[in-house]
Design a protein around this ligand. Structure first.
Ligand SMILES: [Fe+2]
Ligand SMILES: [Fe+2]
Length: 349
């Protein structure tokens, strides 16, 4: 199969060539002076920054030639709705993110046969991402337990990798992967990270806010590091003493991170207040209404939902519909317009 790669950047050009490897016959050129005329390519991959007017002009110049190629895959740095619309207007048949996995790209370019192996390779990649995230959460809990600083940069990177995965693959696949392969507190943290990621994506958050949300989700329960697993993962109801112990985790987490370089006040606020309710019935500070930040409200809704749909060996897993019904019934405690917006995440993504 002949595949032609176009890009406005030499780095992206070689990145895409590298991903295609020797699975097809590849030619490549920079977009500043494209000469793809009279060729019989079966696929063209355009790795471009669609916000650059020069790239759009160059693509328009070769639009007739592009139209003769059956598969026209655009790889974009940012997949905003506007960028997608522009790409299809310029002739794309498929639009993917620049950091798409190799297996996914090959499946798009090579078709159904590659798609079969892609789906198992893609699933394996999801398992690897979740395993790496769980490993980091374990290291982070370990550091917190010993009073050592948390590697905030690593936590941010792990949060971003989960955001990317959920953006590419959808929330359902992430929930299934995590619940199939992880248990207890780690399963919970991974679920919260995936759910907040999808919530942020559905609210059309920008890259910076998504990064904050990912970090907040990763760190929100760090205060549980000092609580014995026998209590944290206890099957069944907690007694009063155990519940009191669990309820120390927002303050413990806040104290552990307060002096940690790189943790901003809004993240600390989430760690301390993600169990507060609008009616003042939450803990640890009994905050009400507007004193609970937007970021915290998002994490709180995601956190409750994650806790409800967790997979535990001793009880059946609650359906997403039933869990969302419980969120909707908490109308004095949660912000209902935000819960309604969460419906898309809970039920259909
Ligand atoms: Fe918590
Ligand atoms: Fe939590």
């Amino acid at each position: 199969m002949q595949v032609h790669v176009l890009s406005d950047s030499i780095v992206k050009l070689s990145h895409v060539r590298g991903m295609l490897g020797d699975s097809c016959e590849v030619t490549a050129e920079l977009l500043n002076n494209p000469k793809m005329r009279n060729q019989h390519y079966e696929a063209v991959i355009a790795a471009i920054d669609i916000r650059r007017p020069e790239s759009i002009v160059a693509l328009k110049e070769i639009s007739d030639d592009l139209a003769c190629v059956p598969k026209r895959v655009f790889l974009l740095d940012q997949r905003s709705r506007l960028a997608m619309v522009q790409s299809y207007a310029l002739g794309a048949t498929t639009v993917l993110a620049t950091h798409v996995s190799r297996s996914r790209l090959l499946a798009e370019v090579l078709g159904p046969e590659a798609r079969k192996s892609e789906s198992s390779e893609h699933a394996a990649e999801g398992i690897r991402i979740a395993a790496a995230a769980a490993e980091y959460i374990a290291a982070m809990f370990n550091a917190a337990m010993r009073g050592h600083p948390i590697d905030v940069k690593a936590a941010t990177d792990v949060g971003c990798s989960i955001v990317d995965r959920v953006a590419e693959d959808g929330l359902t696949a992430w929930l299934d992967t995590v619940r199939d392969h992880h248990e207890g507190t780690y399963q919970h943290c991974l679920l919260v990270a995936g759910i907040t990621a999808d919530f942020g994506l559905s609210l059309k958050f920008g890259a910076q806010d998504m990064e904050r949300l990912g970090l907040a989700a990763m760190l929100h329960d760090i205060g549980k590091a000092n609580i014995p697993l026998s209590v944290l993962d206890k099957p069944g109801r907690l007694n009063d003493e155990e519940r009191k112990l669990i309820e120390t985790h927002p303050v413990t987490g806040f104290d552990a991170l307060d002096t940690n370089a790189g943790v901003s006040r809004d993240i600390l606020d989430v760690v301390r207040h993600h169990h507060e309710y609008l009616d003042g019935s939450g803990y640890p500070d009994g905050l009400c209404g507007k004193s609970i930040s937007d970021l915290t409200r998002i994490v709180t809704i995601s956190d409750i939902f994650a806790a409800l749909i967790e997979r535990r060996s001793y009880k059946p897993t609650m359906s997403r519909e039933k869990a969302f019904g419980i969120l909707r019934s908490m109308d004095s405690k949660l912000e209902m317009p935000l819960v309604s917006a969460f419906g898309k995440v809970a039920l259909s993504r």
